[in-house]
Design a protein around this ligand. Structure first.
Ligand SMILES: NC(=O)c1ccc[n+]([C@@H]2O[C@H](COP(=O)([O-])OP(=O)(O)OC[C@H]3O[C@@H](n4cnc5c(N)ncnc54)[C@H](O)[C@@H]3O)[C@@H](O)[C@H]2O)c1
Length: 456
């Protein structure tokens, strides 16, 4: 089938590459000329495991191409996917300008039947606005043309995006017209062979399903972070509590890891956008606001621990930061916990030596020539001469470090672990002052032994 994708970011590019891999003829349109030039040269604007090889394969077989030409995009595909960004507006609601801009362009060029597929995460009612925008542009031309608008939210996770797209848990199709739903179901057939994953519902329900999924996941994280803070003050170890509650199948082990706050381009903005949607219909969600507030507070926890440890004297201190991306297996630093942490360290007069396996160039792009930031090529290099280590992203390569070497490289053996990667008892045995999240009374003066995790 012929498919056009508007927006060649994380979602658009993965969608385009996977649909091309399944044998479709895909044209990706983006208004970022640099991004399109890069893609045409065979380079990728993002890091996503496995994406390079499938893009390369699809390009070579001419099933995947790239353009900035909107008219060519509308002429190309029976399906017109909208996968552009929906960033947060000043009031927390979703900024729909890019989605509506694409809708308008589709209306300006539409000649024959098209299925317009909303893949961006959008407030309930957006498909109606997209439809109206397209219709208005068609009428302005004084022509008539047929189209349907369906909602097909994307649930992929950065870092595992290809697997999520190729073997989805569910394919949600929100359509008020069976013809469009049937066509889109056919397009997804290759990803649906093992068992039927298509869930068809009304457009508004599909739009809300996406927000509901992200809000539920964010709620689980904020709940665990809240519990971690309580555990820490009560002298309990949240890691034991986590295993204790996860064993209940009604709760489960997934997504209940305490940490230094959720980030990324989706959870923070989607929780706020859902709260804004809800406010707009006069229902003021206490829970969604609490989820966000708990998360914002959690992003301060590491800095507060560091500041307490150094008696609020961070001026001139060098802090090694392991992990800049908002989670492992991606170079995406949007909403990453590393950012408020480093910014707070700088504001307090500290300096940072940071390492991330893939996000260094993204950090360079964001922070440019910041004299207080040294980007290091290896994890060990970041430790060299630092007064403490902070772990922000749980990359696999941080899981089993050479503790003796770590101790030698650090100026003082102090570790603040925002992802609870290590055993506190082991760390203490190796002579480290070690502070995790929610692990007993973990704030101690230098030289004292923390009690966290001791009950294990
Ligand atoms: N990133 C994720 O993990 C993820 C997962 C599920 C859903 N989503 C949702 O998918 C949408 C896209 O997210 P993303 O992370 O891919 O965003 P992104 O910022 O990586 O990519 C968006 C792309 O759209 C392009 N664009 C903007 N206006 C355009 C226009 N008028 N015409 C053509 N291209 C245009 C931008 O240049 C950019 O390349 C968002 O609504 C997001 O919430 C994201």
């Amino acid at each position: 089938m012929r498919v056009t994708i508007f927006g060649s970011g994380y979602v658009g590019l993965v969608t385009g590459a996977c649909l091309a891999e399944a044998g479709n003829d895909v044209l990706c349109v983006d208004n970022d000329t640099e991004k399109i030039a890069l893609l045409e040269r065979g380079e990728l604007p993002i890091y996503e495991p496995g994406l390079d090889s499938i893009v390369e394969r699809a390009r070579k077989s001419a099933r995947l191409s790239f353009t900035t030409d909107v008219a060519a995009g509308v002429a190309h595909g029976l399906f017109q996917f909208i996968s552009v960004g929906t960033p947060q507006d000043e009031d927390g609601s979703a900024d729909l300008q890019y989605v509506l801009e694409v809708a308008r362009s589709i209306g300006e060029h539409l000649r024959e039947y098209r299925v317009v597929v909303g893949k961006s995460t959008v407030p309930v009612g957006t498909a109606d606005r997209v439809k109206a925008e397209i219709q208005a542009a068609i009428e302005k031309r004084g022509v008539s043309a047929e189209f349907d608008v369906v909602s097909n939210p994307e649930f992929l996770k950065e870092g595992a995006a290809l697997d999520d797209f190729m073997k989805p848990d569910r394919i949600v199709i929100g359509a008020n017209n069976p013809r469009a739903a049937k066509l889109l179901t056919e397009l997804y057939d290759p990803f649906n062979r093992n068992h039927d994953r298509v869930i068809i519902m009304g457009v508004r329900s599909a739009e809300l399903t996406k927000y509901a999924a992200n809000a539920m996941l964010a709620t689980k994280i904020s709940f665990m972070n809240e519990l971690a803070n309580i555990a820490e003050r009560l002298g309990a170890d949240i890691e034991n509590v986590r295993v204790g509650i996860g064993s209940d199948p009604r709760i489960g082990y997934d997504f209940i890891y305490p940490g230094c706050g959720y980030g990324g381009s989706c959870f923070p903005k989607d929780v706020q956008a859902l709260a804004a949607c809800s406010d707009a219909v006069d229902y003021h969600s206490e829970l969604l606001k609490a989820v966000e507030n708990v998360n914002n507070r959690q992003k301060q926890v590491l800095f507060n621990k560091i500041q307490t440890y150094f008696n609020e004297r961070l001026k001139g201190k060098v802090i090694a930061v392991w992990g800049l991306a908002f989670k492992p297996e991606t170079d995406d630093m949007r909403g990453a916990a590393s950012r408020p942490l480093m910014e707070a360290l700088w504001a307090a007069g500290g300096r940072v030596r940071a390492y991330d396996p893939v996000a260094l160039s993204e950090a360079r792009r964001i922070y440019g020539d910041n004299a207080s930031l040294v980007l290091c090529e290896t994890a060990e290099d970041a430790l060299d001469g630092a007064d403490a280590l902070v772990i922000v992203t749980e990359w696999r390569e941080f899981r089993s470090p050479d503790l003796d070497r770590m101790k030698k490289l650090l100026k003082s053996p102090v570790v603040f672990d925002g992802r609870n990667l290590y055993d506190p008892v082991l760390m203490n045995q190796h002579g480290f002052d070690y502070f995790g999240i929610g692990r007993g009374s973990s704030i101690v003066a230098p030289g004292e032994t923390p009690t966290d995790g001791g009950e294990a």
